[in-house]
Write a protein that binds this ligand. Structure first.
Ligand SMILES: Cc1cc2nc3c(=O)[nH]c(=O)nc-3n(C[C@H](O)[C@H](O)[C@H](O)COP(=O)(O)O)c2cc1C
Length: 197
């Protein structure tokens, strides 16, 4: 049996009582349903929290958790029309682990469903040599849609979200495979060139 592709699921919020867990639980179940293995990368994990102040041991742990993954899915809220600062700090703390990886974006928030945060992330993630999926999944007012365990409470709502996720997962799989082949075929970074960001 082919080895399952492993996706790092990165949470965007560290707020106490965050909604993030519900949307992340749903996303993880969906990705696993579509055949991916997942690894959670949670900035609120006590082992990773000191990344926020540049603690070198915590950054090294983050680097290890992000190493050798086939791609990433970021599940984030929108704060003031952008991604939360905690997520930006986490993203900025590693370099090579991002290179030539696909990144899918799942957002949530008020009426906007987090879409402005997702679009803001594309600029940052391009700088880190990633490919962001064109297709996103987004939720307006997720506190009305998900229970504590990340199950959607309305069947029609769930069906619409699952349909969006089916396309998202297909595209993610396509990019995972394409970029894995490309990374194997030749090094992403020019040989002999000093490695900078
Ligand atoms: C300071 C602040 C700013 C916010 N700005 C936005 C916003 O610009 N757009 C939006 O859709 N929701 C906004 N929200 C709503 C959050 O996306 C919402 O509270 C979400 O649940 C936060 O995620 P979390 O509970 O996982 O931390 C904001 C919330 C706060 C506290």
């Amino acid at each position: 049996m082919a080895e399952r592709r492993c996706i790092g699921v990165i949470l965007g919020s560290i707020r106490e009582g965050r909604i993030n867990d519900r949307v992340a639980f749903w996303t993880i179940r969906q990705l696993e349903y579509h055949g991916f293995a997942t690894r959670v990368i949670d900035p609120a994990d006590p082992a990773l929290l000191p990344v926020q102040i540049g603690n070198t041991a915590a950054v090294e742990r983050l680097r290890k958790r992000m190493a050798n993954l086939d791609g990433f899915v970021i599940v984030t809220p929108e704060y003031n029309h952008a991604e939360p600062g905690w997520l930006k700090t986490l993203i900025d703390s590693v370099v090579g682990e991002w290179w030539a990886r696909p990144v899918g974006l799942v957002g949530y928030g008020g009426i906007s469903g987090g879409l402005r945060a997702l679009e803001a992330l594309r600029i940052i993630l391009a700088e880190l040599h990633t490919v962001t999926l064109r297709d996103t999944v987004s939720f307006a007012s997720p506190w009305r849609r998900f229970d504590e365990m990340g199950h959607m409470t309305d069947p029609d709502d769930a069906a619409a979200a699952e349909a969006a996720m089916a396309i998202f997962a297909h595209r993610l799989d396509w990019w995972v495979e394409a970029l894995a082949h490309a990374r194997h075929a030749r090094p992403y970074h020019p040989e002999g060139e000093e490695r900078i960001t």
